[in-house]
Structure formats: C-alpha cells, structure tokens
Design a protein. Sequence first.
Lengths: 546, 359
Amino acid sequence: MTGEPRAFLALDLGTATSSAALVGRVDGRWRLLGSTAVPSDVPIEPAIAALVAAIRTADPHLAGLVRLPVGAALADQSVLPRLVARTRPTAVLAVVAASTRQLGPLVALADRAGWRARGLAAETSDPVELTRLLLAPDVGAILVGAGERPAGAERRSLVALSRLVASAATRRPELDVVLSGASAAQAGLFASGTAGPGSNPEAAPAGSARGALLLGPALDAGEPAGEPLRALLDQLRAGDGDARAAIARATASLARVLDRRLETIEIGATAGLRVVARPGLRSAVVASAAIVPDEVDEAVLDAIGYWSTTALDRHRLRDRLRELRRVPWGDPAGEGALLRLAAARAAVGRLVASTPDLEPGASPDLVIAAGGAWAVCPGPVVGLALADLVRRPGISQYAFDHARLLAPIGMIAHEEERQDVLADLADDLLVPLGTIVIAGDVRAGRNPAGQMSVRAGLESGELDLVAGGLQLVDLPPGREATAELRFRDPVVIGARGRRFEAAVSGGLGGLLVDLRDVPLRLPERSDRRRQLLSAWQAALWPGLER
Amino acid sequence: MNPGPAPDRSGAPRRPAARPGPGDLPAGLELVAPRSLVREAPVARLALAPGDRPLVGSGESVVAGTPLAELARVRRAAVIPAAAVGPDAAPGSWWAGAAPRRGAARSRRGPDEGELLCRTDGSWQLAVGERGGLLEAPAAGVVRLVRPGAGISLATAGLAMAGVLATGGPVRGRLVVLADARAELSRGALDVGLAGAIVVAGSRVDAETLTRARAMGIHGVVVASVGSRDLRDLAASEARQRASLHPPAPFAVLALEGYLRQPIASPVFDLLVALVGRDVAIVDDPPGLLFERLDPPAPSPPPDLVRMRAGPAVGREGRWLGLAGRRRFASGTQLEAGLVDVGEARPLLVPLADLERFA
C-alpha cells in the first residue's frame, strides 16, 4: 500500500464465494467500512458497485472523506487499489509407491498438503492401472514416494515404477513430477530425455512451474517425519497468491501485533486450514477437511450423521452433501443451515485428526474461525462448534473473520506494512464470539461441581458449575470481566487446581463455561445424541425453530 | 403469471417494475448467478484408457458417428521384447505385430497388438485387451487433441446444453420427450420402439426405470435429477453386464439440475421440446447434451425470469421484482434476498444465493 490511497478493496475470491471488503482511511487509521459476499459464479464487480453505493448512501460524508469513486472509476486500481487473494480448485495428485505399506502414509501426507490425492501401489496394481491413474485428465502432478533406504524387492519395484512414470510424463509433459526419497535416484530416467520438456532434476520447487521434475525428501525424513516432503508438496500446490497461504501469513502477523498466541481454523469448499502462530508459525492445508470432501464415502457420512441434529437416511444425506459440494452457497437457511453446520463440525474433526503435530502445547489466547462454512451460522454457534472438536482444557477467546479480510491482508508482501494495516484494523477485522473456558478432569455426577463468580465493573454474578454441562454468561462484545472459578475437586484449566481466576472478554456468545468431557463423548443412540446437540445449539442459536 | 405482487408489510415494492426489454438486465439481477442455456462450439473430452486404440489424429475433421477409437475390454498388461518394436517407438504408440512369447506369457498366446506403456531393460510393457466396440464421434467437429490412454478432445461445431452430471456417454440418438418437466417417467412408458433414442424423463428417474430403458435399447436418459443410490444401482447392474460375455449396450444418463428432486427448468425444457425428433448426443465431460443449431433459433427466456436452484423452494420459477436487502430466514439466518413473483398473492422472499437467472 504505497502512495496516498484513502481506501482500498480487499477481495477474497474463493471457489465457493467471493467476498469484497472496503477499507478506508479515517482519522489516520485504516477502518473497515463495509463488506459483502456473493456466490463465486456471480461477477464480483456488480457486488463491489452495490457495496460502494450502500456506503455512499449510508454515510455520504464518509464516502467523500475516503474519496470513494463512482461508476467506471471503481475498477480503476489507481483510484481504488485492490488486494486480491484467490483460492483455486485443487488438482489431483497421483501418488504411486512400490508397496501398500508406503502408499497409505504418502496419500495421507498429500492430503495434508492440500492435494486431492489418489494412490496406487505397484505391489497390487498392474502397469495398465498405474498408467490409467497417471494419465487421468484431472491429475495435475505425480508423486513417486519412497523411504530413504528401501529393501531389495522394493528398490527393484521402484525402478520399474519410475520408468512407468517417466513414460507417462512424456505423454503428459505439463505434469509436475516429484521423486521422493530413494526414487530420486531414478531422476536420470527423466533427465535423459525420457521426461517432458522443461524437466530439470535440480529445479527448486515452484508452484508456478509446470512440467518440472522435483527431487523431494523421503517420506520418513525430517522432524516430524514427512514434514519436509509435505512442505514441498504444499508449495507445489499453492504456488504464488494462494489465499490459504495468505491467511497463515496474516495470522502470524496478527499474533505479533497482538502479542498473543493465535490459532486459525478455516473450513472452505476445497480444503480446511489450520494455523498455529506464536511461537513460530505452523500450518497445514488439509484437502479432506473441505466442508464436503471430494469423495462422500461412508466415513464422511458417518461423521456428518454423528453431528447432525436432523434425521436423514444415508442416501438422502449423500445426495444433499453432493448438492452442498456442487452448490456450496445454496440452501443457507433452515435445514440447510443445520446440515452445513454438521458438515463443518465433521470437517473440523477431520482437520484436527490430520494435524496432531500442530496441537499447541497450551490453549491459544485467541482462536479465529474463518472460511465460508461458518458464513451463515450465528457467531456463538461457531464458537461452540469449535469447542466441541478442538477440546483443550484452558481459556481462549474466539473470534470470526467475518469480512474475510485475513487472506487479502496476507497478500501484502511486506511484513511491516502488513502489521501496520492489521494494527489499524484489529478492532474491525474480527467479530468477537466470546470466551470459552474448558475444564478437564471434571468428576461426573458431583453436582454442583463448584461455583463461579463473574465481576464486570460494578456488576457481579454467581452461579453453580454443572459437571458435564455448558453454562452461558451474558457478556456482550467489548466488555471485559474477571471470572473466578472454584471447584470442589481438582480440575485442569491450563494447570491442575481447584481455584482459577482469569480475565475474560465478551462477544456474541458471551462467556461459555464448558465442563463436558474432554474429548467430548456423545450418546451412541442417534436420537439421544441429536436431542443433546439440539439442546446445546438452541441455547446459542436465536431463532432456531427446532 | 400473477400481474403483480400484493402490498407487502416487509417493504416490498408495491408496484412491479416495468418489464424490461430484450437485452436489459432488471435492477439488482446482476447479483443473481447467471446460467447459460446453451454454449457455443463446446469441446467434449472423450475418455480413453490404456489399451484403447485411437483411429483419428489431431486436426482431423469428423462427422457425427465417425469412429474415433477402438475400445478395449478386459485390459491387462503384457511384455514383448524390445526387438519386436521399432527403435523410434514411444510410450502411447500402437504396436501391431506378433511377438515371440516370453516369461509368464509363455504359457499363453502372446499379444497381437497393444498400446506401448513403458520400455524396460530389453522389453516393452504394453496394455492389451479384447476388442470391445467403437468410440464414435458424438457430433461433427474437429479433433483437437488425441492422447492415447487418456482421451480425445473434440471441438464440436454445434451447441451444448450443460448438465450437472453424466455417466455412460458418449451416446447419440433422436430426442424423444416422454415426461413433462415436473413429471416422473413411469416404467410403462418405455417400449422397444424407443430403441436408439435419447428420452427426456422429467424430474426424476429411479434405477429400475434406467435399467429397463437400457434393456429396451434406449441410448440415453435426460432427467432433471438422479439420486446417488440410483446411480450406484445402475453402475452395479452395468458392472454385472460387463462381466458377462456380451458387451453392454451404449447407455448414458444426463442429470440437468442436480441430485435432489426438482423439475427441469422451463427454458431448458422448452429447448428440449424444440429438439424433439433431432439427433442429439450425451457426453460426460463436461456433462451436457450436444445438438446442432436450430433454425430459427429457440426463443430466449425473458431476462427477468429467475429460478430457485437450491433451498426449500428448489425448482420454482418466477419473475424478478428486485432486491429486498438483508432479511431474516428460517433458523434466524440473515441473508441478502430478492423478491420473486411466483404467481401467488404475495411475492416470495428468496436468498440471492438460491437464485439463478438465464443468460
């Protein structure tokens, strides 16, 4: 952001929805003036024009102050600059390995690098099946995976497999090929001219390169094992300008600005993202954590059925999920909203299960929900959904990237400039959802488990703590309070003890004290489970007619 | 259609906007997703698998029905000595010629021909299979790209009506409308007189009707929606047939709207009616119905016609009245909405995301 712009547009162009936020310079600070979102098949320009017109109508003085352009000038980036982050549809990574023993972890690793992975092992598939996979039109890259020192039979199989991949590469010269671990020794098959034009065994990984041959680390290399290979595959997929990489950068910058430990959980149409910032920055894009994954298999149906508060037979559920994947912005109200929430919960479950190495040692100070999956849910329910699945005894604030600003701001190249904008926008960037206290090791059946008093200024209140339950304290956004929790038996909230005192802040959901099991255990019987989930949800979902 | 909406407490327009002329987009409608009724000169990607033999080359002009490839069935890998293959052979080339038997293949007859997959030390691996029929051009056009083992891209000369999913294509046949846009096709409506036809089956079709249609020699079914279970049952039935000695007859299904029960959009159905008796083709990638230009062309739908593509009123159509701002919907969800005249006393308030217009 150089020069003297008084306003800029922050665009997050996703695969399901496109969002536009207008940020203006008011009283020497960047402020969010308004935002809008439309399905991705609606052109964004009319949506921008409507947003600007609405702001101009609502506050003509402000519009003049930030020099909002009109008409064709809206598209003139010298008048109204744009920060644009894009999410592209993910291609398929064909994963081939010598043995089925290697294949499973490789496919899981590719999934954690954001690829839609499809795999075959030479041990169980003939060259016809393997070639068919490699030549499939939706395949965008190939990974030949192996360990560092394969055994004799596996090594021989790897040579034959690499020849087959090199042959396929001559027929699909646009494919990137990654030779990992011991398979890198077969790079000569490609370098000798067998590989497609542009192949270069020494090439550094670059997402923009096409037809590149990349030598990657082994599946078992690095700490944690596989991380260097995952990072290479992630970079290959994302290339430049990827919205999820930008969200990770923006989260890290925000952590520095706020001097707090942050975790961002984003659920989108093509993948899920988990970012843990401060200390350091760790993140993973998980393709199977899309709100509805590529394949609606039995496990996906089970998981979504588990979290659903409505009864649907499996065939009907599968059809509705396929429709949700096809039209992710559709049916956003009523039963559609409930199904979307169940699918989002299941996606968070897959995201958390796929990223155990990202689990922060202690509860982060702030957990940020992002992504289109949450767009139509009431804020308090978003916080509850995350607390259902990301269960850590501790106290965290929760917030929502409502205007989808994180990704466009993450596109600002310079860290200092990014931090300046974030520092200005910190109050507008996130909608506070509230504070959630999760206690572990709460003894069931000993009620009341203790007492809690909340002091906010001159007001104070006291309530009994109920083991296995959720308790809500109304604490509006912007309100600070001190919560004192006194338990009859020792529990874990960060540390083990009976008495805890913490500063908490309000939000749309207020203060939520969660004394349910860690991890959460729900009734096996589906009707009882639905009843319990509905009861928890109803307390936080105003207007829910169920 | 109702001439206009009744007064609305929620602030809806009391009088409908003037009906726009052709080419005009009514105010606010630019925020509704456009849906193309037809696409010009579509490119169809026709899948090949290793062992299928392309019969055309890139740049060749073809007419509908031209054999594009010889398809294989029961594919397997075989090995032949490199000496049996010319030095310039490349992966993907077709090899034809008897070869000395070698290794495990010694006990059975060596392959006569096949697709070269990969050269190993002193030998070539190839994909072979029994001949299983021809892949024919679904429409006239120019072969843009041939990739043995992967597919053929055909730039067609006509038009395409886009669908949501298709399976079993490409197939060709004359179009017959057997059910209305909202109706469901009954099994009794199918008979052998429809052999070779592509039939329009209305809003929904089940697996039994699809299986019966295939047994009658019908080449394809065009329907608004088809459920996952019906597609799975059809696939299982086809797999059983493939396992038998007789290759399955060509049969494709094209769903125009989605997986959930709903009628065919009225402009789409009007176009299908205009195509009755003409040769059309179903293709899988991208899913659609190919056909030649109509002369005179089918009339365009009115620019203010909108359809609900999702939500509880999926499939309903009406006239766009204008933006309604942010409104509260079931379950308390706040959404940007539009007002649609559906011919009832009051206009319908619909989330913008649930609407589509015809471009």
